[in-house]
Design a protein around this ligand. Structure first.
Ligand SMILES: Nc1ncnc2c1ncn2[C@@H]1O[C@H](COP(=O)(O)OP(=O)(O)OP(=O)(O)O)[C@@H](O)[C@H]1O
Length: 290
């Protein structure tokens, strides 16, 4: 079966509050998705519904066209890895990895190989792990789950930059070998942008944007060159940086041909917009029409 994700008119309430309100979303199987949103936007709530950790208040959550709630054959092939990993803290790393085999697709050999690569101390109890190593253990269990749909919810929090880099590369290698559906919920946007095919932005319980990464990058640009020439273009900058006589600005609008020509004539180079700058702009609560 396909592990496409469908949400139809989904609302999730916690008491009187809507964590998600009337959400419609279609994610095709076999792609790598980035799920972005500000704190409290509803990312964890959305992933919890897809993994059937929670039931929607109203609406439907489907995987491969089948309702996911109380659907063990589907849920057994879905992995949601949350920050901290939801482990029993009294267990050792080795015991946690071995307990992964409850899941039929879990590859313990691969998990132990990853544990060695990421220098996880097998004999230590989870309670004695540093925050970063605990995140690594969660990531290792997520990779080795060999699920058809794998969702990482801020799992990289606590990992240092080289470890995050190694994790992303391992995730990509695993995806290339065994294409499946991957959702990465993250605040480290620019860091993962190169790995994503599509991006979903959740904002205040709604889907604000869903598009492929090129479409996002085409929504703006970065212009770098002599400060006078950049200023002369008269563009509204979301962000700017200055180093000596050189200025770099980020804009959240596609550039027309005339602007591109003027930029080139003034020695201004045009590059893709940073996803993080665009995200900050799109989710700015003061922005009209956001
Ligand atoms: N168990 C809960 N009980 C009550 N309200 C909750 C619960 N879990 C989440 N919420 C509320 O639902 C909304 C969405 O929260 P959610 O955790 O899904 O956001 P998030 O995008 O994952 O945030 P973050 O980036 O801060 O982790 C927030 O307003 C949050 O306070």
């Amino acid at each position: 079966m396909s592990f496409a994700i469908t949400l139809r008119s989904v609302t999730l309430k916690y008491g009187a509050e809507d964590a998600l309100a009337d959400v419609d979303l279609e994610l095709e199987a076999g792609k790598i998705y980035g799920l972005l949103g500000r704190n409290g936007a509803g990312k964890t709530s959305l992933l919890s519904l897809v993994a059937a950790f929670r039931r929607p208040t109203t609406g439907e959550v489907l995987i491969g066209g089948e309702p996911v709630w109380e659907n063990a054959p589907v849920v057994s092939r879905v992995a949601l890895i949350r920050e901290g990993g939801d482990f029993d803290d009294t267990e050792t790393v080795k015991a946690i990895i071995e307990s992964g085999t409850i899941r039929p697709s879990f590859d313990a050999d691969y998990a132990f190989k990853l544990a060695e690569r990421f220098e996880l101390p097998l004999k230590k109890r989870v309670s004695a792990l540093s925050r970063g190593k605990r995140s690594v253990l969660a990531a290792v269990c997520g990779l080795a789950a060999r699920a058809e749909l794998t969702m990482f919810d801020e799992v990289h929090l606590g990992m240092d930059a080289p470890t995050r880099d190694a994790f992303y590369k391992e995730l990509l290698a695993e995806y290339m070998e065994r294409p499946h559906t991957i959702v990465l919920s993250t605040h480290l946007i620019d860091e993962v942008a190169n790995y994503l095919e599509e991006v979903v932005i959740v904002d205040r319980g709604r889907i604000l944007r869903h598009a492929d990464i090129e479409a996002f990058q085409g929504m703006g640009a970065t212009l770098t060159g002599p400060a006078d020439a950049v200023d002369a273009l008269g563009l509204a900058a979301l962000a700017e940086q200055r180093l000596g006589g050189t200025k770099s600005i980020t804009v959240a609008e596609p550039l027309d041909a005339a602007t591109r020509e003027r930029a080139a004539a003034g020695g201004v180079e045009i590059g893709p917009v940073g996803l993080q700058d665009l995200f900050i702009h799109l989710t700015d609560p003061n922005r009209n029409g956001a």
